[in-house]
Design a protein around this ligand. Structure first.
Ligand SMILES: [Zn+2]
Ligand SMILES: [Zn+2]
Length: 75
């Protein structure tokens, strides 16, 4: 099982912002106010929200490292 940490932009109400390009200026987009990092690829439900994507990317890397440590320990 391979875990992947992804950082997604989110709106103020916490919903995922998938608007790109011209959609970003459409009325459907309420504006990006932050980012959410989440762990995908397994049963892990780790998520973290924040204002800066770079910080969350680091948190995601740190989180993935904990998976690697855990699997190495089981060997
Ligand atoms: Zn949006
Ligand atoms: Zn995870």
């Amino acid at each position: 099982m391979r875990f992947v940490a992804t950082v997604t932009p989110v709106h103020e109400d916490g919903t995922e912002c998938t608007h790109t390009g011209p959609d970003k200026t459409s009325s459907e987009c309420t504006g990006r106010t932050g980012y959410r990092a989440s762990c995908t690829g397994g049963t892990c439900a780790w998520t973290k929200t924040g204002k800066r994507s770079s910080t969350l990317a680091e948190d995601g890397t740190t989180h993935l490292a904990s998976h690697l440590t855990a699997s190495a320990g089981r060997r």
